[in-house]
Ligand binder design. Structure first.
Ligand SMILES: Nc1ncnc2c1ncn2[C@@H]1O[C@H](COP(=O)(O)OP(=O)(O)OP(=O)(O)O)[C@@H](O)[C@H]1O
Ligand SMILES: [Mg+2]
Length: 419
């Protein structure tokens, strides 16, 4: 270093003071000290409560960084503690020799692996309070001299204050981001609640009106004219009531899922015989539409699942396959063992899923371009619940094109890891 670079010092302190966040300031340090102090790497460690120094930031021209942010070491008894006591920068001009002398120094070992051979460690102190260290490191032995340390000391006070301010600004920015995220979540939740209420009001009104008109008939003066119809009318009431219960349950599920309040209780269970029962039940329900439901390959292993929620997901996939396929078609279930999971397939012979429908398929309230083929109800909640059930079990849900036409929906369920 030639004549004392006062101009450079002015530039450095101006740069440091202009930086807003911690990262800003350190970027400027990395650029501005060039030419006055040699380095290929600069690191910052901050003093943490409890007597720790934690590596917080590092920038390097070298291809590999081994001593990464997050690394922390106790100050008590360390050489860093002595630097804080003397308040003087420390020069180590031969780190290999230093490590031989102090083989327990993990940080020295790590920077040696990066290719560093000499270091200048500078304490950062504000009004007697140690706030951290700035480490200049060079790949060339004997890089550092007293004049480098002296130069750093000129900027040290301002740098320490700026870094503390920068830390505060960075923390505030993080808090702001968190609050904005919470705000976005709240707005989304509130929109969802409005949607839930409007769907509930709209989709419950029709069945209730229908039930009321039937009860009017059955209790009215002309009831005897409908004596032969009585069974059918009561059947309609029962089906409408069942639909309303399903709808309310789905709405409550979606609301609980979105606000994070729905939990599952997984337990080991055998899939194969259990799923045969579901297929038989669903086949009976699909009889009016003459849809066949068949079970192909089995899984042969136990899964870890919440039985009621898994049933809900499978019934949803099967009822969709029946609902959106033409009458008289076949729905095929298959179980497939893949690493760590059993994959359940529900294949149908319907129109399949159009490319433009795919992005919103598993989102709540997505009634898409494919409509039910037998006047079934459609609210657009089933697949969102299926996806949640798969994910909360640690699996996934998705859809592919069925090779023979139609849709092939799948979900994965974790296998019990048997010894
Ligand atoms: N097997 C399928 N074949 C073709 N389209 C499908 C199939 N399954 C779902 N879809 C389309 O995806 C949309 C969303 O399905 P989802 O199960 O979420 O709702 P839904 O069946 O309409 O109503 P809900 O399940 O709430 O009674 C459906 O409205 C339909 O357009
Ligand atoms: Mg559905």
């Amino acid at each position: 270093m030639s004549a004392y670079p006062f101009e450079k010092l002015g530039q450095i302190t101006a740069g440091i003071n202009a930086g807003l966040t911690l990262e800003d300031i350190l970027e400027r340090v990395y650029q501005d000290f060039r030419g006055v102090i040699p380095y290929e790497r600069i690191g910052l460690a901050l003093v943490e409560e409890g007597g720790w120094a934690r590596s917080t930031w590092v920038k390097s021209d070298l291809p590999e960084i081994h001593l990464l942010p997050g690394y922390r070491a106790a100050l008590a008894g360390s050489s860093l503690e002595r630097i804080l006591e003397t308040r003087q920068p420390r020069i180590l001009n031969d780190l290999e020799a230093y490590l031989e002398h102090k083989p327990e120094s993990i940080s020295t070992r790590l920077i040696l692996q990066e290719g560093i051979r000499a270091s200048l460690t500078c304490p950062l102190i504000i009004e007697d309070k140690p706030v951290g260290f700035l480490f200049f490191s060079s790949v060339t032995r004997d890089s550092y001299h007293q004049e480098h340390a002296a130069f750093f000391q000129q900027a040290a006070g301002q740098l320490a204050v700026a870094l503390e301010r920068g830390q505060l600004v960075s923390a505030l920015a993080r808090q702001k981001e968190q609050i904005e995220q919470q705000n976005r979540d709240l707005i989304r939740l509130s929109e969802l609640k409005n949607k839930l209420i409007s769907v509930a009001a709209h989709d419950l009104r029709n069945p209730i009106s229908l039930i009321l008109s039937i009860t009017d008939i059955l209790m009215g003066p002309d009831a005897h004219l409908y004596a032969s119809e009585q069974h059918n009318l009561l059947d309609t009431i029962a089906r409408q009531a069942q639909h309303m219960i399903n709808l309310i349950n789905n709405l409550l599920d979606i609301s609980a899922i979105e606000s994070g309040g729905l939990k599952i209780n997984p337990a080991p269970m055998s899939l194969d015989p259990w799923i045969e029962g579901i297929v038989q039940e669903q086949a009976r329900l699909a009889e009016p539409k003459r849809t066949r439901i068949v079970l192909g390959s089995r899984c042969g292993r136990r899964v870890l699942a919440d039985e009621a929620r898994l049933r809900q997901a499978i019934e949803n996939l099967i009822s969709n396959a029946v609902k959106f396929s033409p009458p008289g078609s076949t729905v095929r279930l298959e179980l497939e063992q893949i690493p760590h999971f059993c994959r359940l397939w529900v294949r149908d012979q319907g129109p399949g899923i159009k490319a433009e429908d795919r992005p919103s398929l598993f989102k709540p309230f997505s009634r898409l371009s494919t409509l039910p083929t037998g006047r079934e109800k459609s609210t657009g909640l089933g697949l969102a619940i299926v996806k949640w059930i798969a994910q909360v079990h640690g699996g996934e849900a998705g859809v592919e094109d069925n090779p023979g036409g139609g849709a092939a929906f799948w979900m994965t369920i974790p296998l019990v890891q048997e010894q």
